[in-house]
Design a protein around this ligand. Structure first.
Ligand SMILES: *[C@@H]1O[C@H](CO)[C@@H](O)[C@H](O)[C@H]1NC(C)=O
Length: 607
């Protein structure tokens, strides 16, 4: 017995240190992992959503319980600013952390967003996105939903602008966007007036041709073949020019791709919400064990509005409200998935919109079809007015951010790039960025935004400047010009649905229009030297900031002195929004099957 005891104690004497060692080693492992464990990112961007559409931003008739919950569990930004009031430039700036002008996605003329998947413009291969940076840090990166930053450069299948080339190893969704042409009977959004003109011209030519043929056949007059032949030719040409690119828009633009393969053409819109949500959820489940970035870029709440039976007729704001409440439900599902996978504490979730609601978008049949921008003036495609650029911004990260914080300081969608970089511990050198790391503000470690100045662009033209002077609550905004919003029928923004940024489409202000957003958030009472004692100082400070900003645009030459607020496209950066790059080219058109008879359906039996 004695010896047994002895043996036992000897064994325990050996075991104890071993156990301790193992425990310590395990302990070190756990802490080591915690330090190294990089956070996940779920970025959710809604299309065309207005800041006034959301409950926690003051809407009391629309139900957005899931978004409101996200805000109450996290940080809500009240002055979150998009770099442009339109999809393509705003998304380019968001992805790159830089004003769209720096990547050639600012427009000098009529067309301000990419119009055809068969065009050659898009986010240049030389640009760097936050996805690419995170990928280099070992992240699994995915984009589910809308891209709208181009596909090909020189041939179908070079995919030079494709999400896969810009840091997303997984892509499922719309390389273009959801738009009216995708659903028959909703009209067309693409150059509607040009389409009309072409159609009328074709009809006129046709009528002329038929008349002359009749006249010749009936022998009333002698109609020369010299007239008939060219006219017939013109007629055919006009039909081809009008019919091919425009009538086939749904086939050309409404497609779904999985990575580089076109899997549905034209797409079935009805099942899109479910499919996008399903893909996003699968991505989360697949990546529970490694750091990931998911950019979930929703097709909601762009027109034509989805008409999902479960939500149809349920809201108090017609079809638009139904759509919005469906979007909120989807956000709820995403949060639920993150939580149920046990990822909440290590996942930063972000909710925003690419720009403000499209105020003048309404339809005789269903009424409101665009978003609501609350007290803010203007909306989508209306230059620097606040309604088009101030969007919801919510960050939720229970493991790191206090619940219920509200940040009123100016922040930008371009801040995501440096914030993600910082959190992924990416310290590699980078290009000139226009965003700032948001973590100090989100964590409450800083009370002032690093954005003392912000520049608001209308195409490539510097439209307005925002100044938040140190030590002051004021947020001054100086407008150098404003888009002409004429009454319906006068050919202004209202008729084209999009304000233009140049020439006779704008009114220049000298001295500039000045507002203090802190006292007058709806930009309704311009300040004068009598009312605002700092008037001349504000103009001087903002002018200096503009000079500094301009000199930061590498190789950008400010054009002639008469148009001092115009930035010509950078000489080193090719402008991506010229007619040449925008217009449809058969050899660039993504297509499944044999071109031009593109057509395929996604196999959804497994879903
Ligand atoms: C709430 O949102 C709906 C839908 O956009 C809008 O019509 C309504 O005016 C908003 N209400 C408020 C109080 O902002």
């Amino acid at each position: 017995m004695n010896s047994a005891l002895c043996r036992y104690s000897m064994r325990s004497a050996l075991l104890l240190p071993l156990l301790l060692f193992l425990l310590l080693a395990a302990g070190r492992d756990v802490t080591g992992e915690e330090v190294d464990k990089k956070p996940n990112f779920v970025l959710m961007m809604v299309d065309d959503l207005g800041i006034g559409d959301i409950g926690c931003y003051g809407n009391d008739t629309i139900r957005t319980p899931n978004i409101d919950k996200l805000a109450s569990e996290g940080v809500k930004l009240t002055q979150h600013i998009a770099a442009a009031p339109l999809c393509t430039p705003s998304r380019a700036a968001f992805m790159t952390g830089r004003y769209a002008l720096r990547s050639g996605l600012g427009s000098a003329g009529r067309v301000q967003v990419l119009l055809f998947l068969g065009g050659s413009g898009g986010l240049p291969p030389t640009e760097t996105t936050f996805a690419k940076r995170l990928q280099q840090q070992g992240y699994t990166t995915g984009l589910v939903g809308k891209w709208h930053l181009g596909v090909n450069c020189e041939s179908r299948g070079d995919h030079c602008h494709h999400p896969n080339q810009h840091g997303f190893s997984h892509f499922y969704g719309l390389p273009f966007t959801l738009f009216n042409d995708c659903v028959p009977g909703h009209g067309s959004c693409v150059l509607a007036d040009l389409q009309h003109a072409l159609k009328n011209l074709t009809m006129l030519l046709g009528v002329g041709l038929v008349t002359m043929v009749c006249v010749r056949v009936c022998g009333l007059f002698e109609v020369s073949l010299w007239l008939l032949v060219p006219l017939s030719f013109l007629c055919i040409l006009a039909t081809v020019v009008w019919y091919v690119p425009f009538m086939l828009l749904p086939t050309w633009n409404c497609i779904i791709m999985r990575n580089q393969e076109v899997i549905e053409q034209p797409m079935t819109v009805e099942t899109l919400p479910q499919r996008l949500l399903g893909e996003a959820q699968i991505f989360l489940k697949r990546n529970v064990d490694n750091p990931f970035l998911l950019f979930f870029s929703l097709a909601h709440v762009h027109t034509p509005l989805f008409n999902t039976p479960a939500f149809a007729g349920k809201s108090r704001h017609g079809r638009y409200g139904d759509n919005l409440e469906e979007m909120d439900w989807i956000i709820g599902k995403m949060t639920e998935t993150v939580d149920s996978l046990g990822l909440a504490d290590n996942t930063l979730m972000y909710f925003t919109s690419d720009h403000g609601g499209h105020l003048e978008d309404a339809n005789l049949l269903i009424g409101q079809t665009g978003g609501w921008n609350s007290i803010y003036k203007g909306g989508k495609a209306m230059g620097g007015w606040e309604g088009g650029i101030r969007v919801p911004g919510i960050f939720r990260w229970p493991g790191r951010l206090a619940a219920g914080r509200v940040v009123d300081e100016p922040t930008s969608l371009m801040d995501l790039y440096p914030t993600l970089k910082y959190l992924a511990q990416d310290t590699q050198p980078d290009r000139q960025l226009d965003g700032h790391n948001l973590m100090p503000l989100l964590e409450g470690k800083a009370v002032r935004s690093e954005h003392e100045f912000m520049f608001h662009y209308c195409g490539i033209y510097l439209n307005a400047v925002r100044w938040h002077p140190p030590g002051s609550d004021s947020v001054f905004k100086v407008h150098f010009f404003t888009p002409n919003f004429s009454p319906p029928g006068a050919g202004g923004c209202y008729d084209t649905k999009v304000c233009l940024c140049h020439g006779e489409h704008v009114t220049h202000h000298n001295p500039p229009l000045l507002y203090d957003l802190f006292r007058d958030p709806s930009e309704s009472r311009p300040l004068t030297p009598d009312i605002e004692p700092r008037y001349s100082e504000i103009l001087k400070q903002t002018a200096r900031a503009v000079e500094r900003h301009k000199s930061s645009l590498t190789n950008e030459q400010a054009s002639d002195a008469t148009q001092s607020h115009v930035n010509t496209a950078a000489s080193s950066v090719q402008n991506q929004m010229t007619w040449n790059k925008i217009l449809w080219r058969p050899w660039l058109q993504p297509c499944c099957g044999t071109f031009p008879f593109c057509g395929c359906k996604e196999d959804t039996t497994h879903m």
